[in-house]
Write a protein that binds this ligand. Structure first.
Ligand SMILES: C[S@@+](CC[C@H](N)C(=O)[O-])C[C@H]1O[C@@H](n2cnc3c(N)ncnc32)[C@H](O)[C@@H]1O
Length: 225
């Protein structure tokens, strides 16, 4: 990702990814990480973590235990509320909040205009049975020439914002989109695949390349043509 701009995390829960990101910015002196989460969202938006009233205390404890409190700017709020006064350029947008289609799409729309060229947008859970991440990944990132290199690493779908030359990666993005789009009917309208549908979902999912990135190859890709 570019050297300038903010790292924005939407959806922190107990702070696992917050700590990961904050450890990196702390090491390179390139923080802070801005983390937004109301820590009280209804279960539909936080996929099964809704049994507890609030993840706030655990979140704070995670930051403390990792020694990264000073590298995280915490906003106990919904992303749409943070977006109201937002005017900072973004170099890494990590979307892991509301997993409904409406919610994930809104999160991209709220902050998209703040992306700096070469910024990375990443969505968690594109290969898990949630409608939002996979549809936004395919429809908004892979199908858009504003984005260049793209891929899936584990269950994280990512793409680099390349408003000027993203078209150069169209064929690569489309090839990935053809495979990833097969998953959408299984989760459309918030559906959870069961029985035979679940087996078919898993079969198609296995055909989406999602290996760990090789740092050298990845750097070559995102540095540009
Ligand atoms: C999947 S969890 C995040 C997991 C976290 N990134 C981690 O690494 O463990 C989803 C979180 O998103 C939050 N959330 C849901 N809707 C949100 C919204 N509109 N804005 C910000 N956070 C939201 C929930 O409160 C929940 O804590």
């Amino acid at each position: 990702m570019p050297g300038q701009g903010t790292i924005l995390e939407i959806g922190s829960y107990k702070g696992k990814s917050t700590v990961g990101l904050a450890s990196i910015v702390q090491r390179y002196g390139s923080g802070p990480v801005v983390a937004v989460d109301p820590h009280s969202a209804p279960a539909v938006t936080d996929f099964g973590h809704g049994s507890q009233q609030s993840s706030w205390d655990d979140f704070r404890a995670s930051l403390r235990a990792a020694g990264v409190e000073g590298s995280v700017e915490v906003h106990r709020a919904y992303s749409r509320d943070l977006a109201k006064g937002w005017d900072r350029p973004i170099r890494f947008l990590w979307i892991d909040g509301d997993h409904t289609y409406r919610g994930a799409k809104q999160d991209l729309e709220l902050f998209r205009r703040h992306l700096v060229p070469h910024a990375i947008v990443a969505l968690h859970d594109v290969l898990h049975a949630f409608e939002g991440p996979i549809r936004v990944f395919v429809d908004e990132l892979l199908e858009s020439d504003q984005f260049g290199p793209a891929g899936v690493c584990g269950s994280i779908g990512w793409a680099q914002y390349r408003p000027v030359d993203g078209g150069q990666w169209r064929a690569q993005r489309r090839a990935l989109a053809r495979k990833a789009t097969r998953l959408i009917p299984f989760v459309r309208d918030g559906r959870q695949p069961t029985g035979l549908a679940k087996l078919r979902y898993k079969f198609w999912r296995g055909l989406v390349p999602h290996d760990a990135v090789k740092p050298d190859e990845w750097l070559q890709m995102v540095r540009g043509a």
